[in-house]
Write a protein that binds this ligand. Structure first.
Ligand code: ZN
Length: 262
């Protein structure tokens, strides 16, 4: 009996402290994934579910029936999905050459139409190659795309051989990537940092950054591509995804898609 009562109180304290963590301001983690990897994204949905985590997925291409089926599955599970253009061309170059209307009609609208055919109205997108400017941002916002994933230029320069590692900025000190609540409320452009061996990701270093964001109640945005045991250089190792989600959830961070942002 005594043991049962103790177990009951331990359980109660755990529940109360978990609930308290939810309302504490412990920052936000926005994971985003780009390009044509919908099959792999769907395959790891149970990992996101395990941590009650949501993410954002941005495929390019004309979105075949097979692709749409996967995007619908992700969307139905509460993840954010949105366009990344049909041909993965830089918005800045396209708009400069042909104007915004052509960019929208040729590159974004066909994806919006495909999403609409399965009942999805995207409110977020990712710029191919993170190439954006404030004029294009404003035009997209007018069309209902409220969150735009860009990148932090030169934050962690490409250095596949590790020769310049000493010059790379540790995640914890990469101040430009951490958004205050005010910045989240007032900016449509969400600048992320790339995760993958190509981007020199060191998982321990990244986890220190996650802990910083939680301590300061900051929002951090990361982007990657495929999620696999052995991904491409610009992809996320499955074990990294687990480590990231585990650290963020231990810290009590909200792990959310762009559609969930205030
Ligand atoms: Zn891309």
């Amino acid at each position: 009996m005594k043991k049962t009562i103790i177990a009951f109180f331990v359980c109660l304290v755990t529940i109360v402290s978990m609930a308290a963590k939810d309302v504490q301001n412990r920052g936000r983690l926005c994971l985003t994934f780009d390009d044509c990897h919908w099959g792999g994204w769907v395959a790891v949905m149970p990992i996101f579910e395990k941590y009650n985590a949501k993410a954002s997925f941005f495929p390019h291409s004309a979105l075949s029936a097979g692709a749409l089926k996967c995007m619908k599955k992700l969307s139905d599970a509460g993840h954010t999905v949105g366009p990344h253009t049909v041909h993965h061309c830089k918005a800045t170059d396209y708009v400069k050459k042909k104007g915004f209307e052509a960019f929208w009609n040729d590159e974004v609208a066909p994806q919006m139409k495909a999403y609409a055919s399965v009942g999805i109205v995207p409110k977020a997108m990712a710029y191919p190659n993170n190439a954006s400017n404030p004029e294009i941002d404003a035009q997209l916002v007018k069309r209902g795309i409220k969150r735009l994933r860009g990148g932090l230029p030169k934050a962690r320069p490409h250095d596949p051989k590790g020769l310049k590692r000493a010059t790379l900025v540790p995640f914890e000190k990469l101040d430009a990537m951490y958004m205050t609540e005010e910045a989240v409320a007032t900016n449509h452009l969400m600048r992320g940092v790339g995760i993958g061996t190509f981007y020199n990701t060191d998982i321990e270093d990244l986890i220190k950054g996650i802990r910083r964001a939680a301590s300061n109640n900051e929002t951090m945005v990361l982007y990657s591509h495929d999620i696999q045991k052995k991904p491409s250089g610009i992809g996320m190792k499955t074990e990294w995804l687990e480590a990231i989600l585990k650290a963020a959830s231990e810290e009590g961070m909200a792990i959310v898609g762009f559609n969930d942002l205030p």
